[in-house]
Design a protein. Structure first.
Length: 202
């Protein structure tokens, strides 16, 4: 190690603290890395350690020397506050992207649901009102099921949900009773509620 790269540390410790630091030094030597201040130095695996012990004026001093694997010390990397902010920012962005994906998926499902309901309701109206005949069972069953699913979506006309579901249930019940007149009333009411809701939320 050149004089330019020389590192000196001098401090006073108790006997107990000295023993603890020597144990720590022994562990570092076994790992092949020695820490001085905030820098770490790789020790050559084939190095020969030199220990110099001296006693003078009722004092004992010793020195320990070993060869480095290379002459360049590398600083111990510590996470910076800036890095933490970047990490948290990235984490927040991932959460935002996941939330956006969930919203997009929910919107897509809602759009598919509404298109199917619109098609089925058109067929039910045609059968009940125009043709004065009972619609196919699958249309009523699917429309009733989709109506209940639709009323679970928030911010899509929640103030209409209770009245709408009552009429959807009336339509389903009237179909089971083969009551075409009650079905016509339920269909007409549902159509009115749909228009009112769409005017406000579309």
């Amino acid at each position: 190690m050149s004089e330019k790269k020389k590192k000196n540390l001098e401090f006073s410790l108790s006997v107990k603290e000295t023993a603890e630091n020597l144990r720590k030094l022994a562990d570092e030597l076994e790992r092949g890395v020695v820490s001085i201040s905030e820098e770490e130095f790789d020790i050559a695996p084939d190095t020969r350690v030199m220990i110099d012990l001296n006693s003078k004026n009722n004092k004992v001093s010793f020195k320990l020397k070993c060869k480095l694997a290379n002459q360049l010390a590398h600083k111990k990397v510590k996470p910076l506050i800036k890095d933490k902010r970047i990490y948290h920012t990235k984490k927040s962005k991932v959460k935002e992207q996941q939330s956006k994906q969930l919203r997009d998926n929910a919107l897509e499902e809602y759009t598919i649901l509404k298109k199917r309901m619109s098609k089925d309701f058109g067929a039910i109206m045609k059968s009940c009102i125009k043709e004065q005949s009972l619609p196919k069972p699958i249309l009523i069953e699917r429309f009733y099921r989709d109506s209940k699913a639709m009323c679970n979506y928030p911010d899509k006309g929640e103030e209409f949900y209770k009245t709408y579901l009552n009429q959807a249930e009336s339509l389903n019940k009237a179909f089971k009773n083969s009551d075409l007149q009650a079905m016509n009333y339920a269909v007409t009411t549902l159509n009115r509620l749909k228009k009112e809701c769409h005017e406000r939320y579309k």
